[in-house]
Design a binder for this molecule. Structure first.
Ligand code: FES
Ligand code: FES
Length: 201
């Protein structure tokens, strides 16, 4: 044990975690790539996350997922933890505009990037056109999967101004609904894509 309180063994364990922090293939950001691997020992470390345009300074362990940081530390519980293993899409958020599974992304990999969650879509009392379309089309039953579907739909419409039903189904294929509301979800995304029926996205 060294006199600063952690041993060589502890440091080596931390270094292997650091490799995971910076090594996620889809989740590692430009900033992480530019600055190269960082070494983080186990325990809490300072972390700055920009979520829905607001910078938050918090502390997190190297192993903390973005999902847990959002829900447990920032109290942004609109992003749902369902499978916690990348199978359901319930935790979908946008990272620099791209949909990702927050349960598969380490919080430190989101540092220096823009995170958008379901809480960041509405403007005051005005729902985002995708949210309004989901309400209009009654595109939910229990609603637990809905935030993830809405975030994937927002990403879909950013890529495709007027997507076909097949394109919508493909773009939302990472989201599962145990209640089977798929038909209405597709209707809602089609409705949100019609410029006459919603404010500009
Ligand atoms: S909770 Fe992340 S994919 Fe299911
Ligand atoms: S509305 Fe219940 S899981 Fe999708």
């Amino acid at each position: 044990m060294s006199d600063n309180g952690f041993s060589r063994r502890t440091f080596l364990k931390g270094a292997s975690i650091a490799a995971a922090v910076t090594g996620g293939p889809a989740a590692a950001g430009e900033l992480a790539r530019a600055r190269g691997p960082r070494t983080l020992a186990p325990g809490l470390h300072a972390l700055a996350l920009t979520v829905n345009g607001t910078r938050h300074e918090l502390k997190a362990e190297p192993r903390t997922t973005l999902l847990d940081a959002l829900r447990d530390t920032l109290d942004l519980t609109g992003t749902k933890k369902i499978c916690d293993r990348g199978a359901c899409g319930g935790c979908t958020v946008l990272l620099d505009g791209e949909p990702i599974n927050a349960c598969l992304t380490l919080a430190f990999d989101a540092e220096g990037r823009e995170v958008k969650t379901i809480e960041g879509l509405a403007q005051g009392d005005a729902l985002h056109p995708v949210q309004a379309a989901f309400v209009h089309c009654d595109a939910m039953q229990c609603g637990f999967c809905t935030p993830g579907f809405v975030m994937s739909a927002v990403a879909c419409l950013a890529r495709h101004a007027t997507p076909s039903r097949e394109t919508i189904a493909k773009e939302l294929s990472g989201n599962l609904c145990r209640c089977g509301t798929y038909g209405r979800v597709i209707e809602a995304v089609e409705r949100a894509a019609k410029p006459a029926q919603g404010a500009p996205r």
